[in-house]
Design a protein around this ligand. Structure first.
Ligand code: GLY
Length: 378
C-alpha cells in the first residue's frame, strides 16, 4: 500500500474507523444471538436456513474487530456465532462451495488468533467438503447442488479457495492446494474475458472441462459484467497469488481490477450492480465496491511504486464514496453499509438496495488494512 497516499488520508481513515467501531460495539452486543444477513427498519434480520452462504460474515466481522481492539465483547459474539453455525454441519447435502465463506473467515480466523482445536476441526471438515466438490476430469470445483448444475463453476468460488490453501498449510498435504490451483487456472482461462470483464457462471462438459456455455447469473446478461463477480475476481485472484506466488494470478487480479476501476470512475465510484446495465434506472451494489477495494489494497503490495499509489488511491476513492453515500453510522440501527444488491433486479426488486452483512465485513476489512492491521484471514 502506498504510504504517502495513506498518510494524506489518515484523518479521514481514523474518523471513519472511530464512527464505525463505536457503532459496531453496540451492535455486537445487541445481535449476539443472531446470525444477521440484512436489516429491516434498522433491526438485523436472519436467513431461515442456517446453511445460507453469508452466515460466516457476522462472526468473521467480529473477529476482524477483535483483531484490532481486543475487546472481549467482539470475541464473545464471534464465539457465539461459531457455536450457532455448527447446526449447518447437520445438513451435509445442503452445503455447497461456499463453505469457505461460512467457516474460513469465522473458524479459520478463530484458529489463527487462538489456535483453538475445535475451530481447527470445523475448518478442516469444511475444507474436506469443498475438496470433495472437485471434478477431476473437468478440473473445476462444482459450485452448486442440483441436477443440471454438475458442470457449473462460478467466479465467486475463488474466494473459497483460501480454505484449501489453509488446509494444505496445516496438514502438510498439498492435495487441497492442488485442487485450488487447478480451479484458479480454470477461472483464469474460462471466467476472465480478454477485456478483463468476468463471466459469472460457466458451464463445463463434466467429462472434459470444456466450456459448454456461459450464463449471466446475478448480472444483467450473459455478455454483461456483474460487479460483485468482478470484485470476487479481483480479491480472489490476489488471494491465490498470495498463497502460490504464481504470476498469472497477479496478472488476472490486475486485469480484473483495471476493468473495475475504469468503469467505476464513470459512476463517481458508487459501484453499479452491473457495469453494462442500462444507464437508467441506476441500481447500485455497495458490497461490490468494498470487496473490490480490499482486493486493490492487496494488489498494491505486489506492484511498482507508481502502480501501488494508483491502486491505493482508487481503493480509497471507492471507500470514500461508500462512506459518503451508503454508510449509516447511527448507533441505534444495526447495519452499517446500505445499498447492497443481491442480483440485477430484472423482474422484482427483492434484494435491491438493502444492507447485506458482507458489505459491513469488507468495509471494516478495508479500513483495517488502511490502518495497518496485519490480520489477514484469507
Ligand atoms: N456468492 C454469491 C453472491 O455474491 O451473491
Amino acid at each position: 500500500m502506498d504510504k504517502n497516499c495513506i498518510k494524506d488520508n489518515m484523518d479521514w481513515i481514523n474518523g471513519v474507523w472511530e464512527k464505525t467501531e463505536q457503532k459496531l460495539r453496540q451492535v455486537a452486543k445487541r445481535s449476539r444471538n443472531k446470525i444477521p444477513y440484512s436489516s429491516v427498519d434498522g433491526v438485523h434480520t436472519e436467513k431461515e436456513n442456517i446453511e445460507w452462504w453469508t452466515n460466516g460474515f457476522w462472526g468473521g466481522l467480529m473477529w476482524l474487530l477483535y483483531s484490532e481492539t481486543e475487546n472481549e465483547e467482539y470475541k464473545k459474539t464471534a464465539l457465539r456465532s461459531e457455536e450457532l453455525l455448527d447446526k449447518a454441519f447437520d445438513n451435509f447435502c445442503l452445503l455447497d462451495h461456499d463453505v469457505g465463506f461460512l467457516w474460513h473467515i469465522l473458524s479459520g480466523a478463530h484458529y489463527k488468533l487462538f489456535n483453538d482445536e475445535k475451530a481447527f476441526n470445523r475448518n478442516l471438515i469444511a475444507a474436506a467438503s469443498l475438496a470433495s466438490r472437485y471434478n477431476v476430469d473437468g478440473g473445476y470445483i462444482s459450485a452448486w447442488n442440483g441436477k443440471g448444475k454438475e458442470g457449473w463453476s462460478i467466479i465467486d468460488c475463488l474466494m473459497n479457495l483460501s480454505l484449501l490453501y489453509w488446509a494444505s498449510e496445516v496438514t502438510g498435504n498439498d492435495r487441497f492446494s492442488r485442487i485450488a490451483i487447478h480451479h484458479a487456472d480454470m477461472a483464469a482461462r474460462d471466467h476472465v474475458r480478454k477485456d478483463g470483464s468476468i463471466n459469472h457462471i460457466v458451464e463445463h462438459d463434466v467429462n472434459t472441462g470444456e466450456v459448454v456455455r456461459v450464463y449471466g447469473g446475478q448480472g444483467f446478461s450473459e455478455t454483461s459484467c456483474w460487479t460483485r463477480g468482478q470484485a470476487w475476481a479481483i480479491y480472489g485472484f490476489i488471494i491465490s497469488y498470495y498463497h502460490t506466488k504464481k504470476q498469472e494470478y497477479l496478472d488476472m487480479a490486475i486485469r480484473s481490477a483495471n476493468y473495475f476501476i475504469a468503469n467505476c470512475r464513470m459512476y463517481d465510484y458508487k459501484t453499479p450492480v452491473d457495469f453494462r446495465q442500462p444507464q437508467e434506472p441506476c441500481y447500485y451494489d455497495s458490497t461490490a465496491g468494498v470487496c473490490a477495494a480490499c482486493g486493490m489494497l492487496e494488489i498494491s503490495k505486489y506492484v511498482t511504486e507508481a502502480e501501488s499509489k494508483m491502486y491505493t488511491a482508487e481503493a480509497i476513492n471507492i471507500l470514500k464514496a461508500t462512506d459518503k453515500y451508503f454508510c449509516d453510522y447511527n448507533e441505534v440501527t444495526d447495519s452499517l453499509v446500505l445499498y447492497g444488491t443481491e442480483k440485477y433486479p430484472h423482474n422484482d426488486s427483492a434484494g435491491l438496495h438493502i444492507p447485506i452483512i458482507y458489505g459491513d465485513f469488507f468495509f471494516v476489512e478495508a479500513l483495517l488494512k488502511l490502518k495497518g492491521n496485519k490480520f489477514f484471514v484469507w
